[in-house]
Design a protein around this ligand. Sequence first.
Ligand code: DAH
Length: 332
Amino acid sequence: MSELLQLKDEASKELSNAEDLRALDDIRVKYLGKKGLITSQMSKIGSLPPEEKKEFGQLVNSVKQDVEAAIESKKAELEIAEINQRLKTETLDVTLPIRPQAKGSIHPISKVMDEISAILSGLRFEQHDGPNIEDDYHNFDALNIPENHPARQMHDTFYMPEQDGKKRVLRTHTSPVQIRAMQGKTPPFRIFSMGRTYRSDSDQTHTPMFHQVEALFVDKNVNFGHLKWTVNEFVKQFFEEEKEMRFRPSYFPFTEPSAEVDIGWKDGKWLEIMGCGMVNPKVLENVGVDPNEYSGFAFGAGIERMAMLKYNIPDLRQFFESDMRWLQHYGF
Ligand code: DAH
Protein backbone atom coordinates (compact mmCIF):
# COMPACT_ATOMS: atom_id res chain seq x y z
CA MET A 1 0.00 0.00 0.00
CA SER A 2 2.85 2.37 0.70
CA GLU A 3 4.20 1.55 -2.73
CA LEU A 4 0.88 2.73 -4.15
CA LEU A 5 0.97 6.02 -2.33
CA GLN A 6 4.50 6.50 -3.48
CA LEU A 7 3.40 5.90 -7.07
CA LYS A 8 0.74 8.53 -6.64
CA ASP A 9 3.30 11.02 -5.32
CA GLU A 10 5.67 10.31 -8.16
CA ALA A 11 2.90 10.68 -10.72
CA SER A 12 1.84 14.01 -9.33
CA LYS A 13 5.43 15.24 -9.25
CA GLU A 14 5.93 14.24 -12.88
CA LEU A 15 2.62 15.84 -13.78
CA SER A 16 3.55 19.16 -12.32
CA ASN A 17 6.74 19.09 -14.42
CA ALA A 18 5.02 18.11 -17.67
CA GLU A 19 5.59 20.85 -20.20
CA ASP A 20 3.44 19.77 -23.12
CA LEU A 21 0.70 17.38 -24.17
CA ARG A 22 3.14 14.79 -25.53
CA ALA A 23 4.90 14.64 -22.17
CA LEU A 24 1.53 14.39 -20.46
CA ASP A 25 0.53 11.49 -22.65
CA ASP A 26 3.80 9.72 -21.87
CA ILE A 27 2.97 10.03 -18.18
CA ARG A 28 -0.51 8.64 -18.80
CA VAL A 29 0.92 5.63 -20.60
CA LYS A 30 3.58 5.13 -17.91
CA TYR A 31 1.06 4.97 -15.07
CA LEU A 32 -2.31 4.08 -16.59
CA GLY A 33 -1.44 2.44 -19.91
CA LYS A 34 -1.91 -1.27 -20.56
CA LYS A 35 1.38 -2.11 -18.86
CA GLY A 36 1.34 0.99 -16.68
CA LEU A 37 2.64 1.08 -13.12
CA ILE A 38 -0.80 1.60 -11.58
CA THR A 39 -2.50 -0.77 -14.00
CA SER A 40 -0.13 -3.55 -13.00
CA GLN A 41 -0.91 -2.90 -9.32
CA MET A 42 -4.57 -3.57 -10.16
CA SER A 43 -3.77 -7.00 -11.49
CA LYS A 44 -2.22 -7.86 -8.10
CA ILE A 45 -5.61 -7.75 -6.39
CA GLY A 46 -6.50 -11.25 -7.53
CA SER A 47 -3.51 -12.85 -5.84
CA LEU A 48 -3.99 -11.21 -2.42
CA PRO A 49 -5.45 -13.05 0.60
CA PRO A 50 -9.19 -12.27 0.92
CA GLU A 51 -8.81 -10.10 4.03
CA GLU A 52 -6.46 -7.73 2.21
CA LYS A 53 -8.34 -7.60 -1.08
CA LYS A 54 -10.93 -5.04 -0.10
CA GLU A 55 -8.66 -2.45 1.42
CA PHE A 56 -6.00 -2.78 -1.28
CA GLY A 57 -8.62 -2.75 -4.02
CA GLN A 58 -10.19 0.43 -2.71
CA LEU A 59 -6.85 2.14 -2.43
CA VAL A 60 -5.75 1.16 -5.95
CA ASN A 61 -9.02 2.43 -7.34
CA SER A 62 -8.84 5.71 -5.54
CA VAL A 63 -5.20 6.22 -6.57
CA LYS A 64 -6.18 5.45 -10.15
CA GLN A 65 -9.06 7.89 -10.05
CA ASP A 66 -6.93 10.60 -8.47
CA VAL A 67 -4.23 10.23 -11.08
CA GLU A 68 -6.82 10.21 -13.87
CA ALA A 69 -8.35 13.39 -12.51
CA ALA A 70 -4.96 15.03 -12.12
CA ILE A 71 -4.10 14.16 -15.73
CA GLU A 72 -7.39 15.60 -16.96
CA SER A 73 -6.95 18.87 -15.18
CA LYS A 74 -3.32 19.18 -16.27
CA LYS A 75 -4.49 18.46 -19.79
CA ALA A 76 -6.99 21.29 -19.71
CA GLU A 77 -4.32 23.61 -18.36
CA LEU A 78 -1.78 22.65 -21.04
CA GLU A 79 -4.32 22.92 -23.83
CA ILE A 80 -5.14 26.48 -22.88
CA ALA A 81 -1.48 27.34 -22.55
CA GLU A 82 -0.83 25.87 -25.97
CA ILE A 83 -3.62 27.87 -27.58
CA ASN A 84 -2.43 31.08 -25.95
CA GLN A 85 1.10 30.40 -27.10
CA ARG A 86 -0.10 29.85 -30.66
CA LEU A 87 -2.20 32.98 -30.62
CA LYS A 88 0.87 34.90 -29.59
CA THR A 89 3.30 33.43 -32.11
CA GLU A 90 1.28 32.47 -35.16
CA THR A 91 0.29 35.26 -37.42
CA LEU A 92 -1.92 34.87 -40.40
CA ASP A 93 -1.34 37.06 -43.43
CA VAL A 94 -4.59 36.90 -45.38
CA THR A 95 -3.09 38.90 -48.22
CA LEU A 96 -0.58 36.16 -49.16
CA PRO A 97 -1.17 34.56 -52.57
CA ILE A 98 -2.27 30.90 -52.51
CA ARG A 99 0.47 28.30 -52.37
CA PRO A 100 1.54 27.51 -55.93
CA GLN A 101 1.75 23.75 -55.32
CA ALA A 102 -1.23 23.25 -53.08
CA LYS A 103 -1.99 19.99 -54.90
CA GLY A 104 -3.56 17.10 -53.06
CA SER A 105 -1.91 13.70 -52.78
CA ILE A 106 -3.05 10.18 -52.02
CA HIS A 107 -2.66 9.29 -48.35
CA PRO A 108 -0.49 6.18 -47.85
CA ILE A 109 -3.39 4.37 -46.14
CA SER A 110 -5.60 4.93 -49.20
CA LYS A 111 -2.76 3.91 -51.47
CA VAL A 112 -2.15 0.66 -49.60
CA MET A 113 -5.87 -0.11 -49.52
CA ASP A 114 -6.02 0.38 -53.30
CA GLU A 115 -3.05 -1.94 -53.74
CA ILE A 116 -4.57 -4.62 -51.51
CA SER A 117 -7.90 -4.30 -53.23
CA ALA A 118 -6.22 -4.87 -56.61
CA ILE A 119 -4.33 -7.92 -55.34
CA LEU A 120 -7.31 -9.61 -53.68
CA SER A 121 -9.63 -8.80 -56.59
CA GLY A 122 -7.00 -10.35 -58.85
CA LEU A 123 -7.25 -13.50 -56.73
CA ARG A 124 -11.01 -13.23 -57.32
CA PHE A 125 -12.01 -12.25 -53.82
CA GLU A 126 -15.05 -9.98 -53.82
CA GLN A 127 -15.10 -6.84 -51.66
CA HIS A 128 -17.74 -6.59 -48.92
CA ASP A 129 -18.46 -3.84 -46.41
CA GLY A 130 -19.84 -3.75 -42.90
CA PRO A 131 -20.84 -0.96 -40.52
CA ASN A 132 -18.31 0.77 -38.26
CA ILE A 133 -20.91 0.76 -35.49
CA GLU A 134 -21.49 -2.96 -34.97
CA ASP A 135 -23.65 -4.91 -32.59
CA ASP A 136 -21.88 -7.20 -30.18
CA TYR A 137 -23.37 -10.25 -31.85
CA HIS A 138 -21.45 -9.69 -35.09
CA ASN A 139 -18.34 -8.25 -33.45
CA PHE A 140 -18.04 -10.99 -30.81
CA ASP A 141 -20.64 -13.73 -30.27
CA ALA A 142 -20.97 -14.98 -33.83
CA LEU A 143 -17.19 -15.08 -34.03
CA ASN A 144 -17.14 -17.46 -31.09
CA ILE A 145 -16.13 -14.79 -28.56
CA PRO A 146 -18.88 -15.20 -25.93
CA GLU A 147 -19.50 -12.66 -23.19
CA ASN A 148 -17.00 -13.12 -20.31
CA HIS A 149 -14.54 -14.78 -22.68
CA PRO A 150 -11.04 -13.39 -21.97
CA ALA A 151 -10.68 -12.56 -25.67
CA ARG A 152 -13.24 -9.79 -25.17
CA GLN A 153 -10.91 -8.11 -22.73
CA MET A 154 -8.11 -8.29 -25.28
CA HIS A 155 -10.12 -5.94 -27.45
CA ASP A 156 -10.29 -2.62 -25.47
CA THR A 157 -13.72 -2.01 -26.91
CA PHE A 158 -15.44 1.36 -27.33
CA TYR A 159 -19.01 0.75 -26.19
CA MET A 160 -21.90 2.71 -27.68
CA PRO A 161 -25.32 3.37 -26.14
CA GLU A 162 -27.71 0.45 -26.63
CA GLN A 163 -30.28 0.71 -29.39
CA ASP A 164 -33.49 -1.35 -29.61
CA GLY A 165 -32.14 -3.54 -26.82
CA LYS A 166 -29.02 -4.24 -28.88
CA LYS A 167 -25.56 -3.72 -27.45
CA ARG A 168 -23.49 -1.75 -29.88
CA VAL A 169 -19.74 -1.22 -30.19
CA LEU A 170 -17.31 0.47 -32.52
CA ARG A 171 -16.05 -2.59 -34.36
CA THR A 172 -12.75 -3.76 -32.92
CA HIS A 173 -11.78 -5.65 -36.08
CA THR A 174 -13.03 -6.31 -39.61
CA SER A 175 -13.85 -9.96 -38.81
CA PRO A 176 -17.59 -9.23 -38.25
CA VAL A 177 -17.83 -8.68 -42.01
CA GLN A 178 -17.12 -12.42 -42.37
CA ILE A 179 -20.41 -13.05 -40.54
CA ARG A 180 -22.32 -10.48 -42.59
CA ALA A 181 -21.04 -11.94 -45.85
CA MET A 182 -22.04 -15.51 -44.93
CA GLN A 183 -25.31 -15.12 -43.00
CA GLY A 184 -28.22 -16.69 -44.85
CA LYS A 185 -26.18 -17.52 -47.94
CA THR A 186 -24.69 -20.67 -49.39
CA PRO A 187 -20.96 -21.20 -50.05
CA PRO A 188 -18.67 -20.81 -51.88
CA PHE A 189 -17.61 -17.53 -50.24
CA ARG A 190 -14.52 -15.74 -51.40
CA ILE A 191 -14.64 -12.28 -49.91
CA PHE A 192 -12.48 -9.56 -48.43
CA SER A 193 -13.20 -6.44 -46.47
CA MET A 194 -11.21 -3.38 -45.55
CA GLY A 195 -11.81 -0.37 -43.42
CA ARG A 196 -11.66 1.41 -40.11
CA THR A 197 -11.48 -0.39 -36.79
CA TYR A 198 -11.40 1.05 -33.28
CA ARG A 199 -9.85 0.22 -29.93
CA SER A 200 -9.54 2.28 -26.81
CA ASP A 201 -5.78 2.24 -26.88
CA SER A 202 -3.38 5.07 -27.58
CA ASP A 203 0.39 5.04 -27.39
CA GLN A 204 3.39 4.97 -29.71
CA THR A 205 2.25 1.82 -31.51
CA HIS A 206 -1.55 2.13 -31.17
CA THR A 207 -4.05 4.72 -32.38
CA PRO A 208 -7.70 4.53 -31.28
CA MET A 209 -8.74 4.31 -34.94
CA PHE A 210 -6.80 2.14 -37.37
CA HIS A 211 -7.47 0.00 -40.45
CA GLN A 212 -7.62 -3.69 -41.17
CA VAL A 213 -8.08 -6.01 -44.11
CA GLU A 214 -9.79 -9.34 -43.79
CA ALA A 215 -10.12 -12.20 -46.26
CA LEU A 216 -12.35 -15.26 -46.11
CA PHE A 217 -12.60 -18.33 -48.32
CA VAL A 218 -15.17 -21.06 -47.68
CA ASP A 219 -15.89 -23.96 -50.01
CA LYS A 220 -15.78 -27.77 -50.13
CA ASN A 221 -12.39 -29.31 -49.27
CA VAL A 222 -10.56 -26.09 -48.38
CA ASN A 223 -7.41 -26.89 -46.42
CA PHE A 224 -4.42 -25.23 -44.75
CA GLY A 225 -2.42 -25.59 -47.97
CA HIS A 226 -4.84 -23.23 -49.71
CA LEU A 227 -4.38 -20.75 -46.86
CA LYS A 228 -0.59 -20.89 -47.12
CA TRP A 229 -0.55 -20.47 -50.86
CA THR A 230 -2.94 -17.53 -50.75
CA VAL A 231 -1.10 -15.72 -47.96
CA ASN A 232 2.20 -16.28 -49.70
CA GLU A 233 0.83 -14.93 -52.99
CA PHE A 234 -0.74 -11.95 -51.23
CA VAL A 235 2.49 -11.05 -49.42
CA LYS A 236 4.61 -11.55 -52.53
CA GLN A 237 2.41 -9.32 -54.66
CA PHE A 238 2.15 -6.67 -51.96
CA PHE A 239 5.89 -6.35 -51.32
CA GLU A 240 6.65 -6.97 -54.99
CA GLU A 241 9.16 -9.67 -54.10
CA GLU A 242 9.26 -13.15 -52.62
CA LYS A 243 9.44 -12.96 -48.82
CA GLU A 244 10.50 -15.67 -46.42
CA MET A 245 7.49 -16.64 -44.34
CA ARG A 246 6.76 -18.64 -41.25
CA PHE A 247 3.45 -19.68 -39.69
CA ARG A 248 3.59 -19.53 -35.90
CA PRO A 249 0.88 -21.37 -33.92
CA SER A 250 -1.44 -18.89 -32.22
CA TYR A 251 -4.96 -18.53 -30.92
CA PHE A 252 -8.04 -16.76 -32.26
CA PRO A 253 -11.51 -17.84 -31.17
CA PHE A 254 -12.84 -17.74 -34.76
CA THR A 255 -10.16 -19.98 -36.29
CA GLU A 256 -8.94 -23.46 -35.45
CA PRO A 257 -6.08 -24.06 -35.90
CA SER A 258 -4.82 -20.46 -35.81
CA ALA A 259 -1.49 -19.00 -36.77
CA GLU A 260 0.37 -15.75 -36.96
CA VAL A 261 2.39 -15.07 -40.07
CA ASP A 262 5.89 -13.62 -39.81
CA ILE A 263 7.91 -12.45 -42.76
CA GLY A 264 11.69 -12.45 -42.95
CA TRP A 265 12.88 -8.85 -42.74
CA LYS A 266 16.33 -7.30 -42.54
CA ASP A 267 19.21 -8.62 -40.39
CA GLY A 268 17.60 -12.01 -39.82
CA LYS A 269 14.66 -10.37 -38.07
CA TRP A 270 11.11 -11.79 -38.30
CA LEU A 271 8.16 -9.40 -38.34
CA GLU A 272 4.60 -10.36 -37.60
CA ILE A 273 2.20 -9.22 -40.29
CA MET A 274 -1.10 -11.01 -39.88
CA GLY A 275 -3.31 -13.49 -38.07
CA CYS A 276 -4.96 -16.37 -39.87
CA GLY A 277 -6.35 -19.86 -39.61
CA MET A 278 -8.98 -22.36 -40.65
CA VAL A 279 -12.47 -21.01 -39.95
CA ASN A 280 -13.71 -22.47 -36.67
CA PRO A 281 -16.59 -24.93 -37.36
CA LYS A 282 -18.56 -23.10 -34.66
CA VAL A 283 -18.45 -19.92 -36.74
CA LEU A 284 -19.78 -21.80 -39.76
CA GLU A 285 -22.57 -23.25 -37.61
CA ASN A 286 -23.42 -19.75 -36.35
CA VAL A 287 -24.14 -18.62 -39.91
CA GLY A 288 -26.01 -21.79 -40.88
CA VAL A 289 -23.24 -23.40 -42.93
CA ASP A 290 -22.68 -27.13 -42.36
CA PRO A 291 -19.08 -27.64 -41.19
CA ASN A 292 -19.20 -31.29 -42.26
CA GLU A 293 -19.72 -30.22 -45.82
CA TYR A 294 -17.70 -27.01 -45.96
CA SER A 295 -14.42 -25.66 -44.58
CA GLY A 296 -12.59 -22.42 -45.02
CA PHE A 297 -9.71 -20.14 -44.12
CA ALA A 298 -9.47 -16.52 -43.09
CA PHE A 299 -6.76 -13.98 -42.52
CA GLY A 300 -6.59 -10.45 -41.16
CA ALA A 301 -3.87 -7.81 -41.23
CA GLY A 302 -3.32 -4.23 -40.10
CA ILE A 303 -3.12 -1.72 -42.95
CA GLU A 304 -0.97 0.83 -41.11
CA ARG A 305 1.62 -1.81 -40.34
CA MET A 306 1.74 -2.97 -43.95
CA ALA A 307 2.08 0.64 -45.11
CA MET A 308 4.87 1.33 -42.61
CA LEU A 309 6.81 -1.73 -43.77
CA LYS A 310 6.40 -1.16 -47.48
CA TYR A 311 7.01 2.58 -47.52
CA ASN A 312 9.45 2.94 -44.61
CA ILE A 313 7.17 5.08 -42.48
CA PRO A 314 8.60 5.22 -38.97
CA ASP A 315 5.84 6.63 -36.75
CA LEU A 316 2.27 5.36 -36.56
CA ARG A 317 0.70 8.42 -34.99
CA GLN A 318 1.65 10.71 -37.85
CA PHE A 319 -0.74 8.88 -40.17
CA PHE A 320 -3.59 10.81 -38.63
CA GLU A 321 -2.09 14.17 -37.66
CA SER A 322 -2.80 15.83 -41.04
CA ASP A 323 0.58 17.52 -41.08
CA MET A 324 0.98 18.97 -44.58
CA ARG A 325 4.74 18.36 -44.63
CA TRP A 326 4.24 14.69 -43.78
CA LEU A 327 1.46 14.35 -46.34
CA GLN A 328 3.61 15.90 -49.05
CA HIS A 329 6.50 13.62 -48.16
CA TYR A 330 4.68 10.31 -47.79
CA GLY A 331 1.69 10.99 -50.05
CA PHE A 332 1.48 9.66 -53.60
N1 DAH B 1 -9.48 -10.16 -36.08
C1 DAH B 1 -8.14 -10.42 -35.64
C2 DAH B 1 -7.65 -9.22 -34.83
O1 DAH B 1 -8.11 -8.14 -35.01
C3 DAH B 1 -7.22 -10.67 -36.79
C4 DAH B 1 -7.50 -11.98 -37.47
C5 DAH B 1 -6.88 -13.11 -37.04
C6 DAH B 1 -8.39 -12.05 -38.53
C7 DAH B 1 -7.12 -14.35 -37.63
C8 DAH B 1 -8.65 -13.27 -39.15
C9 DAH B 1 -8.00 -14.43 -38.69
O2 DAH B 1 -9.50 -13.41 -40.17
O3 DAH B 1 -8.26 -15.61 -39.29
O4 DAH B 1 -6.76 -9.37 -34.02
